[in-house]
Design a protein around this ligand. Structure first.
Ligand SMILES: [Fe+2]
Ligand SMILES: [Fe+2]
Length: 199
């Protein structure tokens, strides 16, 4: 059960850690995630909490991201060691547990995997992943189609967003996280929904 006190604490926690610009993005993602949750029969407060916390570690420095990951025994791949910013989701999920006592593992998982996706990710995580890509200020090519798709089918929308982000990396000659490729395969392959709630 997510109450208003926790939502307010999460809002303040994030506000203290982000620039105005990124905080505004955070609020737009929280609102978008909440709206998607209502549309798809998920708990809007959990979606809002995940949205509020997803980028809470986005302005933590590279060394600090690596240090916290080590301290909390989070797995760190070679690519993450090279690009520690990829750890901002897992680190934010840990901070949510430690600093805000967020016990809801689905909320923490959504925050943890919001950058790369993860095979077997739940519907709340899909909603956050998509919300991050379609919040009202996003203007990448194809975003309108993605917004439409998100109204109908979160998984198809997540798949399309993941394909876009992989293509974007390829254009810029940047490696794609193995987890993103695995997630795309999972979404492509008649995956099973771990929670079985079929949204
Ligand atoms: Fe992020
Ligand atoms: Fe974000």
């Amino acid at each position: 059960m997510i109450d208003n006190t926790l939502l307010r604490d999460a809002e303040r926690y994030t506000r203290e850690r982000l620039s105005d610009k990124r905080y505004a993005h955070t609020l737009r993602v929280a609102e978008t995630a909440e709206r998607l949750a209502r549309l798809h029969g998920l708990d809007p407060n959990r979606a809002r909490l995940a949205g509020l916390l997803h980028d809470a570690a986005r302005e933590v420095g590279r060394e600090e991201l690596l240090r916290i990951s080590e301290e909390e025994n989070l797995p760190v791949s070679d690519l993450e060691r090279e690009r520690p910013m990829l750890l901002h989701g897992p680190v934010a999920a840990e901070l949510a547990r430690k600093d805000l006592r967020v016990e809801d593992t689905e909320v923490r998982d959504a925050v943890r995997v919001h950058t790369t996706g993860e095979p077997g990710m739940g519907t709340l995580a899909l909603a956050l992943y998509v919300a991050d890509k379609i919040e009202p200020d996003r203007d990448q090519p194809g975003v309108e189609d993605l917004r439409e798709l998100a109204l109908e089918d979160l998984r198809q929308a997540a798949k399309a967003a993941l394909e876009d982000s992989i293509a974007h990396n390829e254009q810029r000659g940047r490696p794609t996280h193995a987890k993103s490729l695995e997630t795309l395969r999972w979404l492509d392959s008649g995956y099973e929904c771990p929670s079985g709630d079929g949204v």
